[in-house]
Design a protein around this ligand. Sequence first.
Ligand code: SAM
Length: 165
Amino acid sequence: MDRPRTRLDSFISRILAQRAILNLLAEPGMLPPGGDVLELGLGNGRTYSHLCARFPDRRIIAFDRAVAAHGPSIPPEADVVLGDIAQSAQAFVGRGAALVHADIGTGYDDKDAVTLQWLPGLAAGLLAPGGYLASGLQMSHPALEPAELPPEVRDSHYGLYRKRG
Ligand code: SAM
């Protein structure tokens, strides 16, 4: 029997897609060497904890308006950047991140449309050539080419993009 899709269904599908994509990017040789991992939207820190486990050799820098993460998932002070990401992440443009993960969708189309005015260009500027953007909001930017999703990711709005170069 077909059941209507609920917000719980969408949440589970988003989180499964997020984990599958980050696990794929953690495979040897996927990311360019040397660059940082940028977590745009620290939130509760669940994804941050996953990034720390999957990318133990990289610096992981988390961005949010305020720290509200679960205790063990609060990053070291030097690796947290507070403020509106649209402005606070500008200081990292050109520094060649290997991975940008952005989980800052709201579920409100009008608010997400505003985010999509600045996020693609910012992410393109943050990444090294060959670096990846994984995003809960799908987007389009000339410097970002859509990359193949892991086969288990279906029916999710998650997007994966590789910076050209
Ligand atoms: N991945 C996170 C986790 O594991 O808990 C969940 C992230 S939550 C869906 C989104 C977070 O992004 C919120 O904590 C929110 O405050 C932050 N956020 C959204 N837009 C932002 C912006 N423009 N500037 C700073 N933080 C933002």
